[in-house]
Design a protein around this ligand. Structure first.
Ligand SMILES: [Zn+2]
Length: 274
């Protein structure tokens, strides 16, 4: 009987043994959010889960039960299909899940994120690190594959667009209806040149930094819920992006394995920060 990649499908003695053998675990988190009339509302969660499966297969890691829901920015509230969870709840929920994984021997937890909610997760990471001394990373797929995304796509990645639809076509084409794909642009409350921060957004689109949050409510400004051009999506483009994400994550896991054997967290290292 082949051992499952998923924690929830394993028996407890198998989990105990697995943590001794490899204490790195993936925790996929996404959201339930409209992704245009052509993609399912589970896109963010499905992307994280399917990528986690590809990575687990290659690295011998396992995957924690996925978190299907996520925290949402204010302007995403109210669009049909979307089910936002309050950010404090998501943060505390993630903390409880990670505590449980650490208590079961998984001292390295990689939160594989498929939704724009890093702002809600980052506080959990810092609080958990202080409390548990476990190594916790938040890996957001499009950040890992930024170079590939820019190379493969003609348009900047935002939402349910060329990039995200391509990834959906690569991972679960049976749930995508390209005959409904469309194109919409993103109006903002103030000019884009006022946006800044680490993810500085150029005039032609892309993700905003958080210096100024200036969006109208999507339900009032979008007909389709596509922020970008989904008609440019293709399975080939998606495969290239997925390959880049999987490779980056696998390399990261192999480095973690080689530097920190099972049972040892980098945060318990005797190396002192200078
Ligand atoms: Zn999405």
């Amino acid at each position: 009987m082949k051992q499952s990649l998923w924690y929830q499908e394993m028996k407890w003695p198998e989990i105990v043994e697995k943590a001794k053998d490899c204490d790195i675990i993936l925790l996929p988190i996404g959201s339930i959010e409209q992704h245009g009339p052509h993609c399912p509302v589970g896109v963010d969660s499905l992307n994280a889960q399917k990528i986690a499966e590809l990575v687990a297969e290659k690295t011998g890691t396992i995957i924690a039960p996925p978190i299907w829901y996520g925290a949402h920015m204010y302007h995403q509230y109210g669009f049909p299909g979307t089910i936002p969870i309050r950010s404090d709840l998501i943060k505390e929920f993630v903390k409880d899940v990670v505590r449980g994984l650490v208590n079961n021997g998984f001292k390295k937890v990689i939160i594989l994120n498929g939704h724009g909610q890093q702002w809600a997760l980052i506080g959990a990471l810092h609080e958990l690190a202080l409390e548990t001394k476990a190594f916790i990373a938040i890996a957001t797929w499009w950040e890992l594959a930024r170079e590939a995304v820019n190379e493969v796509c003609e348009t900047k990645f935002v939402h349910a667009d060329e990039c995200e639809t391509s990834v959906s076509l690569a991972l679960y084409p049976e749930l995508v209806d390209m005959s409904k794909a469309g194109k919409e642009s993103a109006p903002t409350i103030v000019d884009r040149r006022f946006f800044g921060g680490p993810a500085h957004m150029p005039e032609d689109g892309g993700f905003p930094g958080h210096n100024i949050t200036a969006f109208y409510f999507q339900r009032e400004t979008y007909k389709l819920g596509i922020l970008g051009d989904a008609t440019k999506a293709s399975r080939e483009k998606g495969m290239k992006i997925v390959d880049a994400v999987v490779k980056k994550l696998c390399d990261f896991i192999e480095e973690l394995k080689s530097r920190y054997p099972p049972g040892r967290s980098p945060l318990e290292s005797s190396v002192q920060a200078k």
